[in-house]
Every structure is written in C-alpha cells, then in structure tokens.
Write a protein that binds this ligand. Structure first.
Ligand code: NDP
Length: 498
C-alpha cells in the first residue's frame, strides 16, 4: 500500500492501478492502466479476434465457453476468495455470486444457436412467392463496462451472452475490482489461447469513456444511473447501441396473507446480502397494516442476529468508502424527518462497516425512500392495503426488480409493479434464473441481459428474403400493368377490408 492510500480506495501510481481491501487495506493487485490509444489498440485486436471467434460457429464456441464455465466451477473457492479480498464481501456471498455466473455461462453457451442461429421464417399471403430467413449476427466487438458490487456476476451477465453470440469482448472492470476482472480474462485466455477474444482494459472512468468512443459495435454498461447517462451520451456521438443496467430502489410488498417468517427471512437476505450493495437489493418494504408490526419484529430479530466484520461475518465492509457518506445521509435524514430506527440508526455507521439498520415510518419523500442507499438498511413503511403498496412502490423513477409476499393476490400485484423483474415469495431469485431476461425500466435503464432476450441483445437481426417463384400479382416492379395493380387492390380489399 502506498503511504497515501485509504483502504479500499484505488489509486493510480506510475501508471499502475492499485487495488486494496476496504477493511484491511491489504493490496489485492496492481494493473497497468490503459488510455484512449490503448483502448483503441485493444479494440483493434478484438476485431480480428472477433472475426476468428465468429467463424468458429456455435458448436465450437459452446465447447470453449463450457470449458470456461468448468474452470470457474473448479476454481470457485479461489475466485470467491479473490472477490472477498478485493471487495470485502463475505466469502459465502462471493460463492453464491460465482455460482450464478457459472449457470449463466452454461445457459448462454447451450442456447445461443437456438435463439440466434439461422432459421426459416414463414411468409404471408402478400409475398407468398418469397421465402424468409432470419439470423442474429454478432456486432464484432462488444464493450462491457462493469461495477464493483458484483464483479463476477454483472460482467458475465453481459460478456458470456455476448461471447456466445459470437462477439469478442473488451471489458473495463470497475477501478475498485480490477483483480477480479483480470482473473476472468486470464482464465478465459487459458481455455481460448488462440486469440484475445476477451480482453480487459484497466483504469478509471476515462477508460470507460474511451471504450464508448472506440468504435465497438455495442456497449453493455452496468453501473449507476448517473454514469449510464454519460455512457449513452458518449455512444450517441457514433450511434453506438447501448444496453444500460443501472441503479435501483427495489420494493418488497408484504400482503396480509403472507407467510411472515418466510417474508422476514427473505427480506433480511434481499436487503442485507453483500451489505446491501446490490442493484436489485430490497431497499423499501410496504407492509399492510394488518401484518406490519409483526413483520417488523421478525425482521428486527433476524437482522439483529447478523454479525458484522472483515472476515467470517455475515456483513462485510462497504466496498466503496465514499458510499458510507451516502448511507449516513440517508439514515440521518430519515430520522430527522420523523422516521424511527428500530434497529441500528445513525450510530450503526462505523466505517468501513455499517451495521444493519431498520427504519420505520419514514416519509415517502425522504432520501432513504427515493434514492439508492446501497447499504445494509431497510425502510419498512405501513400501508392500508396492497393498492397503496403498489402506488408507493411505483412512485420512484427507478424500476429494476422487486418482491411480493402473499398468496391470493401475489401474481396480480407482481404484474402491476413497474419493474423489469419481480420475485414472488422470495427475493433476488430472478437474477439466477438464466432462462429469464434481467433488466429495468425508467432510471434503471433499458435492454436485457440473460435469457433469450439477453442473447438477442448481442446480435443484430439479419433478415433475408429469397424468391422462390414468379409473382402472381407483381407490385414491386415498374413492369407491373394497370390491370395487375387493379387486381392487387381487389385482393387486398377482399382480404383485409372486411
Ligand atoms: P459507476 O456508475 O460509478 O461505475 C460503473 C462503471 O462505469 C465503472 O467501471 C466505472 O469506472 C465506469 N465509468 C465511470 N465513468 C465513466 C464514463 N464517463 N464513461 C464510461 N464508463 C465510466 O457504478 P458503480 O461501480 O459505483 O456501481 C454501483 C452501481 O451499479 C449502483 O447504482 C448499482 O445499482 C448499479 N448496478 C446495476 C446493476 C444492474 O444490473 N442493473 C447490477 C449491479 C450494479 P470506474 O469504477 O473506474 O469509475
């Protein structure tokens, strides 16, 4: 560690990005930083690698991706330990993260051909003399920009799908997690040594900005809403398409027929896993009046049991030290405006740790209800019924995930939540469901990773028509006669004009 380095805050020293553990300050690694010329060079290399990779075809790519999956699965403890060292997150949380990443690589590899491969498409009466063919062709090079909170799961959610679709990837990890990013690229290079199909460029935000302007075919960004807007603006200069996975303020609704023990357990997990530094983390709960007090008591009892510390605890440090100020501001503001801390509170903020905090009766316009807190805090507010719960849940600009606990109305309530994903009687589970698309709406961004939609994000639809016989009613030619046009008009009226 250099003399001026604050634990967890990355510094660039002599062109090297130095990454440290946020709890202990122990160095995790140092990595050469890139610059716009270096990024451009990486993208040039990737373009050649991408041609080779695309040329392999679906089966050969699947086999190589499955070998990468196997490497991650075999070395799960090693990757989880590195993730723990670099972010401070508990090893068990890191294990769960790697497992979901392994599942996504597996699914993307096995399903790319089905979703993206060439297929015939039926023609309709109007152009019945033509056959139709559709396939999704790779963009060439996809730029992936990732955050620090899930440094394995989030980039793989884009990169594995982009790779399965036949693209090369240039990945810019968060400056807080370069070691994990490098590990992923190094293991990929072990199973695909021929070409630099997955490269990493290190550095601060300017390197991400350079990637947006580097001529890549598409940018897949995961990070904050503020940065997502900058990424979109930079990509707009060259009409580079973007996929934006941004922040969230996910709500959980607890109905009067919910299993309260299950709801409390899932709430504590969904809100406090990874110290609440989860884009789809539960940050607000709306519990109906009939069950509110019992639910709060169960959450407080469970959250109060959790241990906090650097090693072996349930809750680790706050990875990005500056986030502690945001968490403190949200708790202080909630309490100053009449909210009550029934667990934790302002004194729970003890950098680099924040102890679990449960706030009730927080005004709906408080920062703790409207802004992303990204800490181990839960706001639980009382509502008269599920309709009020849905209205309040939908009243913020974010729209990422969410959860509903209940029986009779749960599915209907889930469908009314303005978000990309909702878990019924669980929290966060959709993230590990490789068959489902993942992504948000509003300030949470747009586009989808995972599932069929996630594969299609990384391929351009290529449509082909092919004549298979003469036209009975030629319309798209100057050779058409007035009689043929008249016959066409008559036919269209007969078919569509009824
Ligand atoms: P940031 O937006 O700060 O950073 C994300 C990435 O963008 C980092 O690699 C960062 O580099 C890079 N970056 C910074 N400035 C620019 C720029 N001008 N142009 C291009 N890239 C840039 O987010 P965090 O890393 O703090 O991650 C936390 C956020 O991510 C939360 O809001 C969370 O909700 C969200 N998130 C969303 C998920 C989703 O799927 N919707 C999943 C996980 C997290 P550097 O770190 O070097 O500054």
């Amino acid at each position: 560690m250099t003399a001026v380095q604050i634990p967890g805050v990355p510094v660039v020293d002599n062109g090297l990005l130095i990454s440290t553990n946020p709890a202990t300050g122990a160095e995790t690694g140092r990595f050469p930083t890139s610059d716009p010329a270096g990024v451009a060079e990486a993208v040039r290399r990737a373009a050649t690698a991408g041609d080779w990779w695309a040329g392999l075809g679906f089966t050969a790519r699947r086999d190589r991706l499955l070998r990468w999956r196997s490497a991650l699965a075999r070395r799960i403890e090693e990757l989880a330990a590195l993730c723990h060292d670099e972010t401070g997150k508990p090893v068990a949380d890191a294990i769960v993260e790697v497992i979901t990443a392994v599942e996504h690589i597996d699914w993307a590899a096995r399903n790319a051909r089905r979703v993206l491969g060439p297929r015939r498409v039926r023609s309709r009466l109007l152009l019945v003399e033509f056959g139709a063919h559709l396939e999704y062709q790779p963009y060439g090079v996809v730029g992936v920009i990732g955050p620090w909170n899930y440094p394995v799961f989030t980039p793989i959610g884009s990169a594995a799908y982009a790779l399965a679709a036949g693209n090369a990837v240039v990945f810019k990890p968060s400056e807080y997690t370069p070691a994990v990013g490098q590990w992923l690229a190094d293991t990929f290079a072990e199973v695909v040594p021929e070409q630099p199909v997955l490269q990493v460029v290190h550095g601060l935000g300017d390197v991400g900005a350079a990637l947006c302007r580097s001529g890549v075919g598409k940018v897949a960004f995961t990070g904050s809403t503020a940065t997502a807007k900058k990424v979109m603006a930079a990509c707009a200069e060259s009409l580079t398409p973007v996929l934006l996975e941004a922040g969230g303020k996910d709500a959980m609704i607890v109905d009067d027929d919910a299993d309260l023990d299950a709801a409390a357990e899932a709430c504590v997990w969904g809100a406090l896993t990874n110290a609440g530094q989860t884009c789809i983390g539960i940050e607000r709960v709306y519990a109906v009046d009939a069950v509110h007090d019992r639910f709060v008591a169960k959450v407080v009892e469970r959250a109060g049991r959790l241990t906090v510390g650097a090693d072996g605890a349930d809750i680790g440090p706050i990875t990005m030290p500056s986030q502690v100020d945001v968490i403190r501001r949200h708790i202080d503001d909630a309490v100053a405006r009449g909210g009550r801390a029934v667990l934790g509170g302002p004194e729970a903020v003890r950098p680099p740790f924040v102890h679990p905090t449960v706030l009730v009766d927080v005004p709906e316009d408080a920062a703790a209800v409207r802004e992303e807190t990204f800490g181990p805090t839960i706001v639980i507010n009382r509502v008269s019924d599920v309709d009020e719960a849905v209205d309040r849940a939908n009243a913020v600009g974010y729209g990422l995930g969410g959860s509903v606990f209940g029986r009779r109305r749960a599915v209907a309530v889930a469908r009314r939540l303005r978000s990309g994903m909702t878990a019924i009687n669980s929290t966060l589970t959709f993230a590990g469901m490789s068959t489902l698309p993942f992504g948000g709406t509003g300030e949470s961004g747009f586009g989808r990773i995972h599932g069929d939609d996630g594969l299609r994000e990384f391929g351009r639809a290529k449509a082909v028509t092919r004549r298979r016989g003469p036209s009975l009613m030629p319309a798209m030619t100057f050779e058409r006669t007035p009689a043929q046009v008249a016959r066409l008009v008559k036919t269209i009226k007969a078919i569509y004009g009824r």
